[in-house]
Design a protein around this ligand. Structure first.
Ligand code: FAD
Length: 351
């Protein structure tokens, strides 16, 4: 069966909802297709203790402030899921759940989105598929030899199942620091990072990241030098549990090991250590598989964009993957501005 609409948004997490908000404001007919059966995007699947690194009002989508979570300066993931569920209801966003977009094709003046529930003929597509479905693990020698347990951030839930085990956490970003802090005191923890961890100063949180992203956007908009944005501040937000674990001496990061062996790891000096589990907090890649038929991907696997618009396919916009689709666009508060820009450009395209 073929459906028709002016715009198909693929992905119904925060980025897809922000796109829907602005498309609706402009009166553009659209549908939001989301593979999940419930609202909340990736926030439904994070580990139990995850808290935002910004207070609620600094974690808001366009139009509606996130209400504070009673007793928590930094809301937890359940609070974000509840906020996103309320958001899509409040704005009556046309989300269709349990629909997997398999591929996008050119079809004359239209694009055709092929899904597992039929196809959609449309005049523009917004890709808001996120990164959570594409966990990345680096090619470290010996990965297949190791007989212990290996998991990625996406599979980690809580420290209890690792009680007393020798666990290596790999990765010096926020996920690595937070999961290492979560395990500290429960598991026999070793934290390894490719370079020494860089913490933001303790008295600043995600608000400063957003300010830095805003400064970068303003600099770029006015043709001034790139300020470096959030990357210039450091990687790890010292949220209270991370700060506590660090100050208690649990987060003494070691340089990366050179290889995995059957029973553990080998350090650069040749010494070996026995390990029960390795948790790879090594990031994600954008989930762009549905667009492979459009042949838009460049050397780094990204689709070249100008703002959110794909340079080689102006009917396609990409939203929420990181700085390459708009400063801070992979955050709750940061996605509103690129979503608005995308909706305005689509409006121009359609009229
Ligand atoms: P997602 O939430 O991943 O949503 C994408 C949706 O698209 C999903 O529902 C998915 O199932 C669906 N989908 C994917 N492919 C298809 C397809 N082919 N067809 C149909 N549906 C599809 N941000 C903040 O603002 N503050 C924070 O404190 C913060 N902390 C973070 C901590 C961690 C550990 C991580 C990993 C991220 C954090 N972020 C934070 C970043 C950011 O808010 C999230 O990554 C966010 O989930 C990205 O939203 P999204 O809508 O782009 O993608």
């Amino acid at each position: 069966m073929t459906h028709r609409t002016d715009v198909v948004v693929i992905g119904g997490g925060q980025s897809g909802l922000a796109a829907g908000y602005h498309l609706r404001r402009l009166g553009i007919e659209h549908v939001i297709l989301d593979a999940q059966t419930a609202p909340g995007g990736a926030w439904q699947h994070t580990w139990d203790s995850l808290h935002l690194f910004s207070p609620a009002p600094y974690s808001s989508l366009p139009g509606r402030l996130m209400p504070p979570q009673p007793g928590q300066l930094y809301p937890d993931a359940d609070h974000v899921v509840a906020y996103l569920a309320d958001y899509e209801k409040r704005y009556e966003l046309p989300v269709q759940r349990g629909v997997w977009a398999e591929s996008v094709h050119r079809d004359g003046e239209y694009l055709r989105v092929q899904t597992d529930c039929g196809s959609w003929q449309t005049r523009a597509v917004v890709s808001a598929t996120g990164t959570w479905t594409r966990p990345f693990i680096p090619a470290v020698p010996g990965r297949r030899e190791f007989t212990g347990r290996q998991l990625h951030t996406v599979q980690y839930r809580a420290p209890g199942e690792f009680a007393g085990q020798r666990v290596i956490v790999v990765g010096g970003g926020n996920s690595g620091a937070q999961i290492a802090a979560d395990l500290a005191g429960t598991a026999e923890l070793t934290w390894v990072t490719q370079r020494p961890p860089r913490y933001l100063a303790d008295d600043i949180d995600g608000r400063a990241l957003f300010d830095a992203a805003t400064a970068r956007r303003r600099a770029l908009d006015s043709g001034r030098t790139d300020t470096g944005g959030v990357a210039s501040l450091g990687d790890i937000v010292a949220v209270p549990p991370v700060r506590a674990a660090r100050d208690a001496g649990f987060l003494m990061a070691k340089p990366m090991f050179t290889r995995l062996i059957a029973t553990g790891i080998q350090w650069a000096d040749g010494t070996r250590a026995e390990v029960d589990a390795v948790i790879w907090c090594t990031g994600f890649r954008p989930a762009l598989a549905p667009f492979s038929a459009l042949r838009l991907r460049g050397a780094r696997g990204h689709i070249a964009t100008e703002g959110t618009r794909a340079i080689d396919e102006p009917r396609l916009h990409l939203l929420g993957y990181g700085d390459w689709t708009g400063p801070a666009s992979a955050t709750l508060i940061g996605v509103g501005r690129p979503a608005r820009d995308a909706a305005l450009q689509i409006h121009d395209l359609l009229t």
